[in-house]
Design a binder for this molecule. Structure first.
Ligand code: MTE
Ligand code: MO
Length: 413
């Protein structure tokens, strides 16, 4: 049955659908139209999100405790290179207890290879050239909270993403050393994290990518984040970083790559997981798991990181900035509107530091009067695909929501 858009819940969700709110930690609460949390559809009186308390991490917004999931508030994404303390966290199970010499940690490479092997982190570091790139890590569910009706899963706004510096070896070099057989078509990666129930004999999540993606020069087995040893919470001693695709393929605590002769079928590869309908479905409906395709490249997205949503300005001159990215593709343009999408002006867009790094944008705007404004940002990728006004292509587990980004401002002088 098609739902009418006139229920109270749907009206609340119209605000949510357009991405009005970021998080309660912003100054939004001081604006007269209510808190950012309320604009997101939370009941009146609700406080902002719980903030993360963890050594080495900023006060990220906690979306879930078990497993731990925390996103980066838009204004904390302001740095050009995401600092380690501000990188979002997404666990599906528990954090493994890893002791001993990290260099002795082994990664098994088996399946469709000529020479199955177990390679230590020490050997990875000495036998293969190390490379450093600034690479996007973005959860497949980033933007999920903008779907209406609500889709299953962590209610990310735009902060299930970050773009730090990663150092590691190319996955391609390691796969070549093992020797890919002609039958090799897909990877299946495993990590050491116990399931939520504490089981260590079955994988928490095990995803993979077609061999062509694994062989790209930016697909890494990483051991450093921003020049330091990878922290445990982000996958120490080694993890995959496969940029541009849902970060669920960037396996943390990596201990095995099983090279497959068919599409990998580990937990997280079937049903509605990381898959989107081939044919658009009615929002809120059950969907058909036989008519789904794996989500590969992440969609185009922009996030205004300065000023924060809800800022009170004391001048009509606004210098704004943010980042935009588009999975496997580059950003062509970012356009800014201060009149609800009636007119748009191009922002300045910088080149990426390297392929798969986000692109900074900035704009100087003279707001015509004092008072209330919304500033909207809309990115367009190199294929000409742009962000929709509302989250589109609803799917049961809520992937790919990338509506135009919006902040609210009050100009007071
Ligand atoms: N072993 C393992 N790897 C994993 C996960 C996990 O639960 N276990 N979560 C994945 C998901 S869904 C995401 S979004 C990213 C998050 O990486 P981060 O916590 O370092 O930000 O790790 C991916 N790699
Ligand atoms: Mo994720």
């Amino acid at each position: 049955m098609l739902r009418s858009g006139t229920s109270k819940a749907s009206r609340r969700n119209v605000l949510k659908g357009v991405g009005m709110a970021t998080v309660g930690a912003s100054l939004g609460a001081s604006l007269p139209m209510g808190s950012a949390a309320q604009a997101q559809g939370a009941p009146a009186g609700a406080k902002g999100p719980k903030l993360l308390e963890m050594d080495g991490k900023a006060k990220l917004a906690v979306l879930g405790d078990k497993p731990l999931v925390a996103e980066t508030q838009a204004e904390l994404l302001d740095n050009n290179v995401t600092p380690t303390n501000k990188l979002f966290i997404r666990n599906n199970g528990q954090v493994p207890d890893i002791t001993g010499d990290p260099k002795a940690w082994k990664v098994k490479i088996d399946g469709e290879v000529n020479t199955p092997m177990e390679i230590t982190v020490g050997d990875l570091m000495t036998k293969f050239p190390a490379v450093t790139y600034q690479l996007m890590l973005e959860c497949g569910g980033n933007g999920r909270s903008f779907f209406s009706p609500e889709a299953r899963g962590n209610q990310w706004t735009n902060g299930g993403a970050g773009c730090p510096m990663w150092t590691g070896v190319r996955l391609a070099d390691v796969l070549k050393a093992a020797g890919l057989k002609p039958s090799a078509v897909y990877t299946g990666a495993y990590g050491a994290d116990p399931t939520l129930a504490g089981e260590t004999d079955k994988p928490t999540i095990s995803r993979g990518v077609p061999i062509a993606k694994a062989m790209e020069e930016h697909s890494l087995i990483a051991f450093k984040l921003n020049g330091q040893d990878l922290p445990l919470i982000h996958g120490a001693p080694v993890r995959l970083v496969i940029p541009g695709w849902p970060a669920s393929v960037s396996t943390k605590w990596l201990n095995r790559i099983w090279v497959r002769d068919k599409e990998h079928d580990g937990p997280g590869m079937g049903g509605f997981s990381y898959r989107v309908p081939k044919t658009p479905i009615v929002p809120g409906s059950k969907g058909n798991d036989k008519d789904m395709a794996i989500l590969e490249s992440m969609p185009v997205r922009s996030v205004i990181t300065f000023p924060a949503d809800g800022t009170r300005l004391t001048s009509r001159k606004l210098d704004l900035r943010g980042h935009a990215w588009a999975g496997d593709f580059d950003i062509k343009t970012v356009d800014i509107s201060i009149d609800y999408g009636v007119t748009w002006k191009p922002a300045k867009v910088d080149a990426p530091a390297n392929k798969y790094a986000w692109q900074n944008f900035s704009a100087s705007i003279e707001l015509p009067t004092t008072g209330y404004y919304e500033v909207w940002a809309k990115a367009t990728d190199s294929k000409g695909v742009t962000q929709p006004f509302q989250a589109a292509n609803w799917n049961p587990q809520g992937y790919g929501a990338n509506p135009i980004n919006r902040i609210r401002l009050l100009v007071e002088s």
